[in-house]
Design a protein around this ligand. Structure first.
Ligand SMILES: [Zn+2]
Length: 242
């Protein structure tokens, strides 16, 4: 349904509309940490790789003028629910979770980027933090779920665009296949109120990709490519307002 009374100056509030506020704060979420190493192959631990890539990504984004907050900046365990919670509390504009991948098939390599999938009624999503049962006078899980799906629906379209932009940029920057841009029901994504993506930078089960990821230069190139993907997404929002 087309929005009524929308104009170029005040973007319509429907799923798929560009955010009306500029992007300022970006939360980076290096996966795993502490007693949770993530995947480990060829002597590499996911928790170390993704922290290093995230720090490099932070530097690139700060240089571009953005405020960047990391869910962890040390080898420490953060519960899944606390990760998007950090971004929600800060009212961050984008949430980017960084991981590396593993597969039983060692031939598989390349990049995948996920965005939140609408959950089905009956799931166990947390409350949107700004809404309480007493405020709306209901406490049913179904209604909670429907509300949460509305919140996610608003940002999901932007998340998908962001995911495509990051995957394309990694493909071009690292010369690896962009294997997939797809929805997933990861807890870290579905609890985020803002456009959110989870980036799988490569497969540590693939010997070639593992040896590339072991090198600082490659991790720097990965961070640069993710930053470029984020920036081109942000630029595309700007163009829509002209
Ligand atoms: Zn992971």
């Amino acid at each position: 349904m087309p929005p009524v009374g929308s104009s170029i100056r005040s973007p319509a509030r429907y799923p798929g509309a560009p955010p009306s506020a500029p992007i300022r704060t970006i939360v980076l979420d290096p996966g795993h940490g502490g007693h949770d190493p993530g995947t480990s192959h060829y002597g590499l631990k996911e928790k170390h790789l993704v922290l290093d890539i995230s720090r490099r990504l932070r530097a690139a984004l700060e240089q571009a003028g953005y405020t960047v907050v990391m869910t962890r900046d040390a080898d420490q365990f953060i519960p899944l629910g606390g990760r998007a919670g950090t971004a929600n509390r800060l009212r961050a504009d984008l949430f980017v979770s960084v991981h590396v991948n593993a597969n039983r098939n060692p031939r598989i390599s390349g990049v995948e980027v996920y965005y939140p999938r609408l959950s089905t009624v009956g799931g166990t999503s947390a409350w949107p933090p700004a809404v309480t049962a007493s405020e709306i006078g209901v406490a049913s899980t179904t209604v909670k779920q429907v509300l949460w799906d509305l919140v996610l629906g608003r940002t999901r379209f932007q998340s998908r665009r962001l995911a495509s932009s990051v995957c394309r940029s990694l493909r071009d920057g690292l010369e690896v296949p962009c294997r997939a841009v797809k929805p997933a029901r990861f807890v870290v994504l579905r609890e985020a109120w803002m456009p959110a993506v989870l980036v799988e930078v490569g497969y540590v089960t693939n010997q070639t990709e593992a040896s590339r990821l072991a090198g600082a230069e490659y991790r720097q190139a990965a961070a640069r490519a993710i930053a470029d993907g984020l920036l081109s997404y942000i630029r595309s929002l700007g163009l829509e307002h002209i």
